[in-house]
Structures are given as structure tokens and as C-alpha cells.
Design a binder for this molecule. Structure first.
Ligand SMILES: [Zn+2]
Ligand SMILES: [Zn+2]
Length: 439
């Protein structure tokens, strides 16, 4: 996620759809004050959560910690939403808009290799195996920051215009097999039905940025992610007599090759990029047996709904026809059920809130991350109401982010300055939005 310039055509396209520059935000003394008083608490929460990471849909300790904190603030949290999700509504003392703030809570099946006094030693069962568990994506920071934001906003309650929905979400990285989870499931369980926000905000800490920096862009930010599965079915026979059967290995090889032309020959990649990756090819057992079938799995990343649909259609077409050319057939799931839509920052909202983000780190430290081919299930919330998702730098100042261990690495390291920046940015964005034109 290195900062880079937007392709010119896209920049013009976006600029044309943006409203004129938003009023420049003022640094709010209450934000500075809240950051000062809450900093040590947020650090403490984050370290505690870091030391006790939990996999998706298993965030019971984290959820209990969050719920207890919200209760201690006088809020009435709802728990057990989408298994372990927690929400609470803060009603301000004055009328105003409604916003939702979201933090994800789950950790990853990664064994921590960072030398910290609060490093994780936790283990859990994942796909039947005992694995280390680590907050290798930094969701511990997201939870701690939002707990801090909640405490700060509750302290301002009487003067606060509008209402705030706090969303502590499970299973952003995906639910265990056979379970529903994450943002999509929270929405299915009515999170926005009971409280329809005017805008939703979320952040993510990132190794691709130095601490003290924020990255954000209007329009598409993170890709839609679609997993697929194709089984090429032939007919098993002796490897010495291929004419007696139907060879799914050659058909699958041809299919993998021809599928590359979907991006290279059939997609207008000057508009937006597309990625199509095969992640596994499985078939056969012995050098002299042509197997019955070969299984292919992979992922597709797109930034636009129409382009996504076209790539999915093309892959179905290639799979069916290439297999047929070899006398084979396919059984395909393109896509498999659980896909993430593209994460789109509402252009008007992004333009309006940019000065608020600049207040948190200084104008020159708000960068454009470019299009990111990773996916994020915040996209489900942002598909319902205007959303803004931004990145907060986690790599220590002075270290080139290109050399830093990335999110999901066992060596992912979060500079705690990210907690301070995240708290101030989220608070400034919330207050500026809620106060609307009042400044
Ligand atoms: Zn992640
Ligand atoms: Zn993440």
C-alpha cells in the first residue's frame, strides 16, 4: 500500500463528481484533551487484548471486555449479535445526525514472533489443527481505539448533537467453515434496521504506512473478493493409454492458461484493475494414473460491480468451454457463497471528512493509498449507507514500510502511536460530522 498518484483519467472522473472543497476543520480542544486523558487506558486495553487474541466468532473474552466497558460508561450494550458482536447507542443531549463507528475484534491463526512483554501465547483449534493465535491484523488496536472514542463521546454527551452507534464486529477475517459471521451477518441480524445511520466510519491500522500518517481515497478503496472452486471431471484411466479415458489434468492446465486471458484480453484494465489467481490445483495420486478429476480453487479481485459480474461470467464461460474442448465437464462454484463487495468511500463524505483527518496528522501526512487489492467486510456497512474507511500508519517512524512485516505476518508490529492517531482521527471525524455546519 505505497502512496502513489491516481491514474489521470480516474482522478478527473472522481474530481468531477466531488463537491467543492469542504470547510476546513478546526482542531477541537476536546479531542486533544480526550487523547491526553485516554491515551494510557487505550494502550492498556490494546495490550490486554493483544495478549488474549481470539479467532473469528470466538471473541468471547474480547466481547465481554467491550460490553463491560460500555456498561461502565452508562450505555446499554446489545451482545451476542452475529455470535459475539456488541453494539451500543449513545444518544447525545441535542438533536443531530446519526453515525455508526465500527471496529473489528477477531485475530488470526498466526503464531506471534514479536518480542513483546504482552506477546500472544494463545492457541486455538482452526480447521481441526492446533494453531497459534495473534492479532496479526491489528484488530486489537481497532477495539481499543473505539473503546476510547466511546468513553470520550460519553463524557461529552450533554453537548453532543445526534446519536452514535458503536459496532464491535466479530469475524472480519471470515467465520469458521459452516458458520455465518462478520459485518454481513450483523446486518442480517438487524444492526442497521434498528438504527439507520447517516454515515458509517471505520479505520484499519496498516504496516504500509508510517505512524503519524493516514491514507484515504474517495471512491473504490479495497477490492471485492470472490473465491471460486472448479472441479474438472474426466474419466480415469492408465497413464500409458490416455485415449481410453478423458484427461482432466490437461483440461485443467488449459483452463488455468485460458483463464489468464480474461484479465489480459477481455477486461478494460485502463479503467480499473482486476486480479484472477488460482491458489491450488489438486488431482491425481500416481505417475501412471490419469485421475478422474482435478480441483482448482482461486480468488478474483475487482473494484466495480459491472466488471466483477463480467469476470465471473467469463470464468464460467472459460471453465465450461475449455473443459468441453477436451471432452471433460466441470462442476463450478463461481463464486463460492461468501464474497466481500468492493469497499467504496462515498466521494462526498470523503471530501467532507478529509480536513478532519488532516487535523489528526497534518495536511501533508494524509496520503492516497491507491487501489488496494485486499478486501474488507466494512464494505457491507458502506453498501447500506455512505461510508468512510481510512488507514492509520502502524510502522515506526524511520522504518521504511516497504521493509516492515505486513499485516497478517507473525512479525507484524504496531507502533502504539497508531492508537493515539486513530483515537484523535476517529473522534475528530465523529465530532465534525455530528456538529455538521456548526464547525
Ligand atoms: Zn486482516
Ligand atoms: Zn484486518
Amino acid at each position: 500500500m505505497q502512496p502513489r498518484l491516481l491514474p489521470t483519467a480516474l482522478a478527473c472522473l472522481l474530481a468531477a463528481s466531488l463537491p467543492l472543497a469542504a470547510v476546513s476543520a478546526q482542531q477541537r480542544p476536546e479531542v486533544v484533551e480526550a487523547a491526553r486523558t485516554l491515551q494510557s487506558k487505550v494502550i492498556e486495553w490494546r495490550r490486554d487484548i493483544h495478549q488474549h487474541p481470539e479467532l473469528g466468532n470466538r471473541e468471547t473474552r474480547t466481547a465481554a471486555l467491550v460490553a463491560a466497558h460500555l456498561r461502565s460508561l452508562g450505555l446499554e450494550p446489545r451482545t451476542g449479535i452475529a455470535t459475539t458482536g456488541v453494539t451500543a447507542v449513545l444518544k447525545g443531549g441535542r438533536p443531530g445526525p446519526r453515525i455508526a463507528l465500527r471496529a473489528d475484534m477477531d485475530a488470526l491463526p498466526v503464531t506471534e514472533r514479536v518480542d513483546l512483554p504482552f506477546a500472544s501465547k494463545a492457541t486455538a483449534t482452526f480447521r481441526g489443527e492446533t494453531v497459534g493465535v495473534m492479532h496479526a491484523c491489528g484488530h486489537d488496536a481497532h477495539v481499543a481505539i473505539l473503546m476510547g472514542v466511546a468513553e470520550a463521546l460519553v463524557a461529552m454527551r450533554d453537548e453532543l448533537p445526534g446519536e452514535v452507534l458503536f459496532i464491535f464486529q466479530p469475524a472480519e477475517e471470515g467465520a469458521p467453515e459452516g458458520e455465518a459471521g462478520g459485518a454481513e451477518e450483523m446486518l442480517a441480524q438487524g444492526v442497521f434496521a434498528d438504527f439507520r445511520p447517516d454515515a458509517v466510519f471505520g479505520l484499519h491500522v496498516s504496516s504500509s504506512l508510517n505512524a503519524g500518517r493516514i491514507a484515504v481515497r474517495p471512491g473504490p478503496l479495497m477490492a471485492a473478493s470472490d473465491a471460486f472452486e472448479i472441479t474438472v471431471k474426466g474419466r480415469q484411466t492408465h497413464g500409458s493409454r490416455p485415449w481410453n479415458g478423458v484427461d482432466p489434468v490437461v483440461a485443467a492446465a488449459d483452463l488455468v492458461s485460458t483463464a489468464q486471458t480474461i484479465v489480459s484480453r477481455r477486461t478494460d484494465i485502463t479503467r480499473l484493475p482486476v486480479v484472477l489467481t488460482f491458489g491450488a490445483v489438486k488431482g491425481g495420486i500416481r505417475h501412471n494414473i490419469i485421475p478422474d478429476q482435478v480441483e482448482l480453487i482461486g480468488t478474483i479481485r475487482t473494484f466495480d460491480d459491472d466488471m466483477r459480474q463480467a469476470v465471473l461470467d467469463d470464468l464460467r464461460n472459460v471453465a465450461g468451454h475449455v473443459a468441453a474442448a477436451h471432452g471433460a465437464t466441470v462442476e463450478a462454484r463461481i463464486p463460492i457463497d461468501h464474497n466481500y463487495p468492493v469497499t467504496v468511500n462515498d466521494p462526498a463524505l470523503a471530501a467532507r471528512m478529509r480536513p478532519s483527518l488532516e487535523q489528526a496528522v497534518g495536511e501533508g501526512n494524509v496520503l492516497d493509498p491507491g487501489l488496494i487489492t485486499g478486501a474488507e467486510d466494512f464494505s457491507f456497512f458502506a453498501r447500506e449507507v455512505p461510508g468512510l474507511f481510512f488507514f492509520v500508519g502502524a510502522t515506526p517512524r524511520g522504518v521504511d514500510p516497504a521493509n516492515a512485516a505486513s499485516n497478517h505476518s507473525p512479525e507484524f508490529f504496531l507502533d502504539e502511536e497508531a492508537l493515539d492517531v486513530g483515537l484523535r482521527a476517529m473522534l475528530q471525524v465523529s465530532l465534525d460530522y455530528l456538529h455538521g455546519g456548526e464547525g
